[in-house]
Design a protein around this ligand. Structure first.
Ligand SMILES: *Cc1c(COP(=O)(O)O)cnc(C)c1O
Length: 406
């Protein structure tokens, strides 16, 4: 066998071994990655790809950012985990820097995004009983249709996606669903026992669905008027992805609870957080909620560096500027197979006509051309490269789509 054939068979063996031992809860593209740097990743055959998924927006800062890496290795050699039974010297500066950056009063650190969502649901319910005066066991939380908030049993229980919830019941009661983007429906659904409305500013997993202009502003007004906590899930939209630090800024509003995760660590480590005002978070007392790894010094050191490079290196402004260029370039590709190009910042979707043969095929063609993207649902390709994307790379992405779209 020559060199190339040897390497090829290596990739195939990884894929076969995964299939043999792994649970089949994913259907990845058949590309086995071994290295990443900036906007690029390399497979075990040495092929280079421009990453247009960024691990679902967890590597907004680019792969293996050297400053985050340095913070991580330095902290890993010093102290990694104390549990919250003791204090550590990274937590306080992490709180301080995160609150200053996001205008928050309080932070509760967790690990995965789903844990941040669960934390917010618990806090909102407790606030409902202790502050709003909802009768015990009656708290109601409203969510939006087509939502994606994670994979725990409580969360998938209020998903409207049959794939996400089918077969996993019975589910937790106390949730009500309204159509996404419809503020009138929210108003009609709010009752005396409603404690919170949980919503994504832009629905990422649903296919980059942008609500009508003014929606979030009205949602904010309704929540304030009816004494309902507004929980914005910014786990995907936050930290620069849409060209603002938080997507709520596009409508000039502030949530009561904001959930961040993913890019909070620049992809090095699972770190999430619930950002809050003082009133809501104050319902939690010692022993009522926690996490062994939440707020550990390694996570805090990584997150501090990840936030620092995001702002210091102008990534948020870059996402706005290059994102607009990329979206305009994609929109200018005149093929009848494209139904719509939409997005904000570097969170962009190309939706194909539903008779165009599906998005998966296009993703496979793009892969062969050195671009990694993943379909969301059947007909939509999400484009979410690291926020350090250059103009030339944006133009290159447009060229690849022009050559790959049916
Ligand atoms: C990814 C994501 C989550 C869940 O985060 P995990 O870290 O996978 O648990 C929640 N909400 C949104 C909007 C997400 O994109």
């Amino acid at each position: 066998m020559n060199d190339i054939a040897l390497k090829r068979s290596l990739a195939t063996r990884y894929i076969e071994t995964e299939a043999q031992y792994g649970a089949k809860n994913y259907k990845p593209l058949d590309v086995v990655l071994t290295r990443g740097e900036g906007t690029y990743v390399w497979d075990v055959d040495g092929n280079r790809y421009l990453d247009c998924l960024s691990a679902y927006s967890a590597v907004n800062q680019g792969h293996c950012h050297p400053k985050i890496l340095a913070a991580m290795t330095e902290q890993a050699a010093k102290l990694t985990l104390t549990s919250r039974a003791f204090r550590n010297d990274q937590l306080a500066p992490f709180y301080e820097e995160l609150c200053a950056l996001t205008n928050s009063h309080k932070v509760l650190p967790m690990n995965s995004g789903a844990e941040a969502v669960e934390t917010a649901l618990k806090v909102a319910r407790k606030w409902g009983y202790e502050v709003k005066g909802v009768p015990d066991g009656q708290a109601e939380i409203i969510v939006a249709s087509e939502n994606f908030h994670g994979r725990t049993v409580a969360i998938v229980g209020f998903s409207t996606d049959p794939q996400s919830r089918g077969g996993f019941g019975p589910f937790a009661p106390g949730f009500k669903t309204v159509p996404f983007g419809d503020a009138d429906a929210l108003e009609a659904a709010i009752g005396p026992n409603t404690v919170a409305f949980l919503v994504e500013p832009i629905q990422g997993e649903a296919g980059v669905i942008i609500p009508p202009a003014g929606y979030l502003k009205r949602v904010r007004e309704l929540c304030t008027r009816h004494n309902v906590i507004l929980i914005l899930d910014e786990i995907q939209t936050g930290l620069g992805r849409t060209g603002k630090l938080l997507a709520e800024e596009h409508e000039g509003i502030e949530a009561d609870l904001t959930l961040i995760g993913k890019a909070l660590s620049g992809g090095f480590y699972p770190v999430s957080a619930v950002l809050s005002n003082t009133e809501v978070m104050s319902v939690l007392h010692p022993g009522e909620h926690g996490s062994t790894f939440g707020g550990n010094p390694l996570a805090c050191a990584i997150a501090r560096a990840a936030l620092k490079v995001l702002t210091e290196e102008g990534m948020i402004e870059n996402a706005a500027r290059v994102g607009a260029r990329l979206q305009a370039g994609l929109a200018a590709i005149a093929t009848p197979s494209v139904k719509e190009v939409r997005g904000r910042g570097l969170m962009i979707a190309v939706e194909l006509q539903h008779d165009a043969g599906g998005a998966r095929r296009v993703c496979e063609t793009l892969q062969a051309r050195g671009l990694l993207a993943k379909e969301t649902h059947e007909h939509t390709i999400r484009i979410a490269p690291p926020l350090i994307l250059t103009d030339a790379q944006a133009d290159w992405i447009v060229d690849q789509f022009a050559a790959s779209l049916p």
